[in-house]
Design a protein around this ligand. Sequence first.
Ligand code: 0O2
Length: 225
Amino acid sequence: MATKDTKPWLDTSDPQKFINNTAKFNDLMMMYRCAIREVRTKLEVLDDEFSVENQRNPISFIKTRIKKPESIYRKLQKLGCEFTPDNIVTQLHDVAGIRVVCAFVDDIYTIADLLASQDDITVLQVKDYIKNPKPNGYRSYHMIIEIPVFFSRGKTPMKVEIQIRTNGMDFWATLEHQLRYKKGIEQMDGYEEVSKELMECAVAVINMDNEMQNIKNKIGKFHDI
Ligand code: 0O2
């Protein structure tokens, strides 16, 4: 199976070997795409069922992505690992990524619990940046799960990173990512002030999320929502 190959991929001295390795990389990425499809279907089923019972959708939208080859390469390099199929599978947990954007904060935990309780899903890691936000104000609920995917050659457990957040958290994180995250702009003049302002925006989003949750709780006393 593709994941047992431990030889580095970037050796271009043998063109045929390079071509074969590219095919192996594509095969692995296909496996991650299939894992995403499986998890996405589970999320859509939960959302659908909830909407029939409660006349509203807890999930606003779902975004998926496969990590780009250059990001995979850079991350492995950072970890001091060769660019091999084996290292991609064993060292990286976010090659397949799903972002689930929810209406309310309690929807996040409902979706996370319902997913975690499914018996073909193994939760490998949880990082709750909602209860424990990052120092810069980032909030989101992160899970690394493993899900079996059935290929013609057999069943393969695949890892998927799931980020679950509210619309507000997503709005903040998306803009912050564009403006600052990963760009190494810590050296720029006025960086501290920008960080402070971004933090103020994060606090405004927290207040708005909490306020919307309170309103929902009040209405929830009279109606199932
Ligand atoms: P991309 O481009 O979104 O894939 P690791 O993933 O192991 O390198 P870490 O910090 O242990 O890093 O994982 P963590 O904390 O679970 O965060 C991983 C992902 O969460 C990031 O993926 C981002 O998508 C998101 N994230 C984490 N911190 C921040 C933040 O401060 N701001 C924003 N906007 N997003 C954040 P990648 O691979 O870094 O990026």
